[in-house]
Design a protein around this ligand. Structure first.
Ligand SMILES: CC(C)(COP(=O)(O)OP(=O)(O)OC[C@H]1O[C@@H](n2cnc3c(N)ncnc32)[C@H](O)[C@@H]1OP(=O)(O)O)[C@@H](O)C(=O)NCCC(=O)NCCS
Length: 148
């Protein structure tokens, strides 16, 4: 899939597909209307991954000064383990380097081995735990950082 994969900034017509993946992956998903609002907010950024034009994944993050927080990264179930998540993090790192970002951080459910492995692959370090951070189900968050 990698050779056919295109990573691009989100456009408003992509919000519906991103909301669909959100609802498949997360118990408290963003709705399409939330995503449309965030697209208009200059702090928020989304990159989408398209395989032959079909949206198969996205990453959302915020940037304030020289720090970025990853909000979510997700792919369709069918597209997993084919390098889409890796391509999306690479796009974020390119953005970070071009924009003088010095630190990336995120929270992830402690049971989410796939995501934790993905972040570790890029050098993110676990730096703390936020107890009972998530709901539906209640679960601790692992806090991870990457200094550039
Ligand atoms: C996390 C997620 C985005 C990874 O996307 P992906 O496209 O499957 O990831 P890639 O194929 O690029 O894999 C990159 C690395 O992630 C890790 N990884 C991915 N899937 C994994 C799995 N099922 N088990 C363990 N590690 C896994 C591995 O370290 C992998 O590197 P490797 O291929 O060298 O072993 C995807 O599993 C997903 O959408 N999960 C549901 C949503 C979610 O939980 N998002 C995280 C919110 S914090």
């Amino acid at each position: 899939m990698k050779s056919l994969l295109n990573i691009e900034s989100i456009s408003k017509k992509d919000a519906h597909c991103v909301a669909k993946i959100e609802s498949e992956c997360f118990s408290t998903p963003f709705k399409e209307s939330d995503i449309l609002e965030y697209i208009d907010n200059p702090i928020w950024h989304f990159f989408v991954a398209k395989d032959e034009g079909k949206l198969v994944g996205y990453i959302s993050f915020t940037r304030i000064l020289d720090e970025c927080q990853i909000v979510n990264i997700a792919t369709t179930k069918k597209a997993r383990c084919k390098g889409v998540g890796t391509a999306l993090i690479n796009a974020l790192l390119d953005f970070a380097k071009k924009n003088g970002v010095k630190k990336l951080f995120l929270e992830v459910r402690e049971s989410n081995a796939s995501a934790i492995n993905l972040y570790k692959k890029f050098g993110f370090l676990a730096v703390g735990v936020s107890k009972n951070h998530y709901s539906l189900p209640v679960e601790n968050a692992i806090l991870m950082n990457l200094e550039l």
